[in-house]
Structures are given as C-alpha cells and as structure tokens.
Ligand binder design. Structure first.
Ligand SMILES: Nc1ncnc2c1ncn2[C@@H]1O[C@H](COP(=O)(O)OP(=O)(O)OP(=O)(O)O)[C@@H](O)[C@H]1O
Length: 498
C-alpha cells in the first residue's frame, strides 16, 4: 500500500513529512466498498431514515442484499439476536417490522438486553456512524416508559443540535407508531408553548432548552426514569455542552438510568463519562474499528484557497448524482460559498446555527425530501443527521480544534464523513487540503485511525470523476431500489418539520 505522504508534496514544495498516511489504491478502495455495498431493497425501505425518501430513478443494476450484510459476522450490522429474542412489547415489534428493520444490528442486539435488564443499569454504547444507535436507545426508552401514565414525563433524550433532537423525535414516532398514548415533547427553541406544563411521557431536546424548562418548572422531572445522551462525548465535553448537561443531570432524580451513545468516545471524555454514568455496562470499539468501510475516503490537494472554490464547483455535477453535504469552518464561509455558487448557477443551500429555528427546520426538510441536493453547513450538522441518499461529503475545511485551531479534530472528521454510508450504504468523502496546516491536519487524522485515503488528481479530471462516480452510482442504485417512504417515515419526516 503506497504511502500518501510520499505521493503529495507540501504546499511549500517540500517533501511531505513522514507522518504515516496510507493511501489505498482505487482498486482496494472499491473492493472495500463493493463488499459493503450489499444492501437489500427491502431493508432500504428506507430503514426509516426519518429523513425522507431516497432517489427513485432505477438507473443501475446492482445486487442489493442487506440480509447478506447482516449475516456477515464481521460487519456492525450483524447480530446473533433477533428482535423476537429481546422480549419487546408486541407494539414495538410491530413498529420495527413496519420500518422493515428485519434484524437488529450489532449495537442493537448487544445493547438492548443490557439496557432492559432489571434492576436498570447505566450504559455506555459506542458503535460506528449509521449503524442504528438511535433505534437502540429509542427501543429501550419505549420499553421502559409506562404509557398508562401518559401525563408523566418519564424519559428524557438530549442531543447536541435542534436538528438531531427533531430527528430523534421522528424515530420515536416511527418505532412507537403502534404504542398507545405515545406523545413527545420537543424541547427545542420555539417548539413548546411558553409556560405550558409538559405533560408528555417522552421529552427530546437540546440541553440549554431542557435546562430552561426545568428551571421554569415547566417540566416536572420527578418521574423521569431514563436519560439518554446522544452524541454523548460531544455532550459531556467540557469545551462544549458538558456544563449544561451536568447542570441538567443535577436536577434529575439521582437514580435515573443513564444511557450514553456515540460513535466516538475519546479518552479525555471517557473518564468524565464514567462519572456521569457510574457503573455502566460498556460497549466499546477499538480505534481501528471506527471507520465505516462503505465510505471511500478521498482527498484533493488544492493549490490554494481560491482553487478550492473552483474545484468545489467542478465537483457540483458529482454532488448532485445523489445528495451532498459540504462542511466548512464558519457560518460566514457557508454564506459566502452559498452566494457564490448560486451566482455561478448552482443550486445549493446553506444551513447553520445563525438561522432562526423554523428556517432551520424548513431547510433540513427540503434537503431530506431531495428538493435541495447540496447543503453547505458547519459542524452543527456534523453529528447524527441521517439522510440515506447522501452519497458525498466534502470537507471543504479540515476540522480543527484547540485554542488556535491548530489540532485536527479526529472525532468531528469521523462524524462528518459518517453523514454518508448509512447502514451499509456506500459513499464518498472528499477532503480538501490547501496549505501546510490542512495537509498536516488530514495526515494526522489518517494516521490516528490508520485509514486509507485516495488522492484525486485534478490534472486528470476524467479519472478523478470516474473514481467518485464508481462509488456514488452504487449508493444511488441502492436508493433506487427502495420502495417509497412508508407512512411512518412520512410521519417521522413530518415530526421533524412540524
Ligand atoms: N435494524 C435495522 N435494520 C435496517 N435499518 C436500520 C436498522 N436500524 C437502523 N436502521 C437505519 O439505519 C440508519 C442509520 O441509523 P442511525 O441514524 O440510528 O445511526 P447512528 O448509529 O445513530 O448514526 P450516527 O452515529 O451518525 O448518529 C437509519 O436510516 C435507520 O433507519
């Protein structure tokens, strides 16, 4: 396997440093993706991505078999357990069946018996992006809540963004569609009537808003028995939402069952997580297991910042074969790129936290429905968002962190690229490097995970396009075999836009 560092030179013209970044040959990359491409038409039902229908033009003829993938023990989609083995309430089995979730994935099969055992015990569960963590904790909370007492808030789910909270709400509605008295309070800005007591058994929201409604005594927490933190490492990060989540935690009953889910649990947060959720059952992954095999990770060495924009526009045709998300560092650059691309005749939209809530909901709804195919965004959408027809993710800016933004943000990289390649699908991520800092950042990310990155040569654009198209077509073909959205999906979608 060639060394990427030996294949690109630093922008200053010197040889690349010796940080090991392996580059797979395109053949290796496509062998991976082909193996993981196997996704069945039924399961693509679209496995309730609470995120709208896939593309419907049946252009390509590929063999699709999620069952084959789920039978393969080596994949995160395999579980020795069946839904029936899990002793779920019949209405939940029916809900999962209606979504055509034929078998549990690994994280579902392993975490559910632990989360549902009595007496309840805390849980920390890690699994790759797009492997069904949401359905795992949603099934757990719907099993724990006593729906004969529908006025009492009993389960609280916290997520880092408004969009993710609304998406989770959609998944709860979809899996719980046969549950009598199911009602969900969306605790995100602008969604709850001010001052009105929350009398719903399940509450899903962002930590700031939840803290607010508890303080205002709008939410009675005395009957809460399950607390879920989705994207838990992000939620507990002291640089981020950690303080808010801690404050919420101190307001809740001490004996509440705490469930922490994420694709990443960096060491630094892990210590803190074990305090937040003491004595927890734990499902952890090795660092080398974290990347999703179905995502072909590529990069482009851009001569300078301006060329990044030119190359981005050149990729537009590929971006719109399926759907794409472009990640940039700041809201300002999202706006600028949106305006420039629009002026240059491309149809794109920007979404970030400076937009007002209702507008954010509407923008994401348009993306989920496929009306908008290219979304330019910041890290606000890096985590959790599930739109199965996303076949390309572009890291226009390499994710960085640290006081002066000088350290690569490994976790955000993984979450960003995980917006494609959902539940056994395939996808492409293309990261732009344009200077020493971005080059070294990507280099470090690659060596951190031991991943292979394929260089796209812009000197030979036809070849570069072929490499990308090869992968994207497979994603599209899978989506094209998907039956149209079920009622529950439509319901879910409606929830996220209401
Ligand atoms: N057992 C299943 N069978 C088929 N599809 C499933 C199953 N479980 C979940 N899915 C589908 O897989 C997709 C990804 O699920 P989900 O969003 O829960 O992933 P995740 O692990 O939470 O990802 P992330 O780390 O990005 O948040 C969704 O569209 C979901 O409907």
């Amino acid at each position: 396997m060639a060394d990427l560092a030996s294949r690109i030179t630093k922008p200053d013209g010197s040889a690349a440093d010796n940080t090991p970044v392996a580059a797979a040959s395109p053949m290796e990359a496509s062998a991976n993706t082909a193996a993981d491409a196997a996704v069945s038409s039924e399961a693509q039902l679209d496995s309730a991505d609470a995120g709208g229908p896939g593309l419907l033009e049946p252009d390509y003829d590929v063999e699709v078999s999620l069952s084959a993938l789920q039978e393969n023990e080596a994949t995160p989609f395999h579980s020795a357990t069946t839904w029936e083995d899990l002793n779920l309430k019949p209405e939940l089995l029916k809900g999962l069946q209606a979504l055509n979730f034929l078998k549990p994935s690994k994280v579902q099969g392993k975490s559910l018996p632990l989360m549902l055992s009595d007496p309840p015990r805390n849980m920390l569960a890690q699994s790759q992006s797009g492997t069904g963590k949401t359905a795992a904790f949603v099934t757990a909370i719907l099993s724990r809540v006593d729906f004969s007492q529908p006025d009492k808030p009993q389960a609280l789910v916290l997520a880092p963004s408004r969009e993710l909270a609304r998406q989770i709400e959609g998944v709860i509605k979809a899996i719980g569609r046969f549950v009598e008295n199911l009602a969900i309070a969306p605790a995100v800005p602008g969604a709850l009537a001010p001052g009105e007591p929350v009398r719903m058994p399940v509450v899903v929201g962002t930590p700031g808003r939840v803290q607010d409604i508890i303080r205002r005594r709008q939410l009675d927490v005395s009957n809460l028995k399950v607390l879920v933190l989705d994207e838990a490492d992000n939620m507990l990060d002291q640089q981020g939402l950690g303080d808010q989540c801690m404050r919420v935690r101190t307001m809740l009953p001490p004996e509440i069952q705490v469930l922490l889910f994420s694709a990443t649990f960096p060491e630094k947060v892990l210590n803190y997580a074990t305090k937040f959720a003491p004595d927890a059952h734990s499902l952890k992954l090795q660092r080398s297991e974290l990347t999703v095999k179905g995502i072909s990770q590529m990069f482009i060495d851009c001569p300078n910042n301006e060329e990044k924009y030119t190359i981005l526009c050149r990729l537009y045709g590929l971006m719109t074969i399926g759907q794409s998300v472009i990640f940039v560092k700041t809201r300002e650059s999202a706006n600028i790129i949106e305006q420039r691309m629009t002026a240059d005749g491309h149809k794109v939209s920007a979404l970030h936290a400076a937009f007002e809530g209702a507008q954010r909901d509407e923008l994401l709804a348009k993306f989920r429905s496929g009306e908008n195919k290219v979304l330019i965004t910041t890290n606000v959408l890096a985590r959790g968002i599930d739109v199965s027809s996303v076949s390309m993710v572009i890291n226009y800016d390499i994710p960085m962190k640290g006081r002066s933004d000088d350290e690569p943000d490994h976790e955000t990289y993984l979450h960003r690229i995980g917006r494609t390649g959902r539940f056994g699908r395939v996808g492409v991520s293309i990261s732009f490097v344009s200077d020493k800092k971005s080059f070294q950042g990507l280099n470090k990310i690659a060596s951190h995970y031991g991943i292979d990155l394929v260089k796209l040569d812009t000197e030979d654009w036809d070849d570069a396009e072929e490499k990308v198209k090869d992968v994207i077509k497979k994603n599209r073909a899978q989506a094209s075999y998907a039956p149209s959205a079920t009622d529950s999906q439509k319901q879910a979608q409606a929830a996220s836009t209401s």
